[in-house]
Design a protein around this ligand. Sequence first.
Ligand code: F6P
Length: 438
Amino acid sequence: MSNKNKFKIESLGEPKFKSPLQLSTVRGDNIFSFIKEDDKLVYDLSLENYNQCLKNSEVPQCLEKAGPRQNVFFEPSKSTAAIVTCGGLCPGINNVIRGVVMALHYFYDIKRVIGIPYGYEGLIPDIGHGFVELSPEKVKDIHQFGGTFLGSSRGGQDVSKMVDTLVANKVDMLFAIGGDGTLKGVNAIGEEIQKRNENISVVGIPKTIDNDIDLIDESFGFETAFDVASPILRDAHNEAAGAFNGISIVKLMGRDSGFIAASAALAMPVVNFVLIPEMDFKLEGENGFLAVLKERLDRKKHAVIVVAEGAGQHLFEGENTVKDASGNVKHEDIGLFLKDKIAEHFVDFPVTIKYIDPSYIIRSAPANSSDSVYCSRLAYHAVHGAMAGKTKFVVSTVNNRFVYAPIVEVTKKRKKIDLESEFWFSVLQSTGQPFSIK
Ligand code: F6P
């Protein structure tokens, strides 16, 4: 049987220390069992993949099951961990920080946990942010608040200098909470560590309000995002319906993926149009957006439009080349653009437009209960994986099970809404908007 497993997680070496966790090795004793290295989960669950593997005598691509191992690589009680949070805010970051600190302290007796302030900047001593010592006492209440207890920043830093800092401070495990750029950054740190033959495990915990990390089911905080957006859409509907030909436009985050806009519209099914970056829509013309909006107003006398911030960038003149510190192209403001275009278009037709932009309010909210559960479990699994000496991996759920996946695999491309998927079809069924607005 051939077929190289692309999901194999790299390891720093053989884990030689006995785990301090008092878990089971057998089934049937009502105690959770250690995860064995050959406990794997098939990635592609389709019958087509199953048949293909059978036909080619191949083992299917499998992901490593997350969880505590019987032997650990780092000597419990003698190790040091560090945590860094990078990029934009997202609900649940503090829950993850808390969970990692608690797991290190209470499960593995690791007393030294360094908080790296303001993202990767905190790993450059010359910038002068210093460190924050993290203890259970320090973090016990932080899950109640949105934002990040450690502060964040965008952009990478000199990888070599960051590794110097980790080595100088005897860090054994680095937990990086961040999105695509952060994960690529921590992978580069992991590679530099390997070049120097150092034994430092680097772990990514995917964080992106846009839910655009590939392969994984969902990034933490995403559910809270559309949960918080939901009552805003309800109220936007009240505003729209409260005026003759009332139009509410709500702009939600989503740089290149429209998951928040689409999910929020499904959660609060009062939305009539969802415009997302994945769609190529026209404003003018017989079947353009302004025409279908007019048709909706004629029929119903109000309309609610949800627009993701990255939608309709093709409608702006000239190519936008301005980038943020993470290297992402800064988008033009589609919300205000739409508001102006609608106002200009309906000049002889009385409309009332309300424009609502709750973007940062949503992103900085504390995690809801469901995300809080997810964050704690992600944190615990991240710690178990790092303690086992695994490196350059992320922890997440795939097919609803907690797994470890190589960072290189989840950062190959960004996840986007498939316009042919059942998910997007559900959005269209809910809004009643045409399949194509062109
Ligand atoms: O982190 C993702 C995100 O929230 C995007 O949705 C948004 O485009 C971007 O960050 C804006 O972040 P900032 O204004 O902090 O650079």
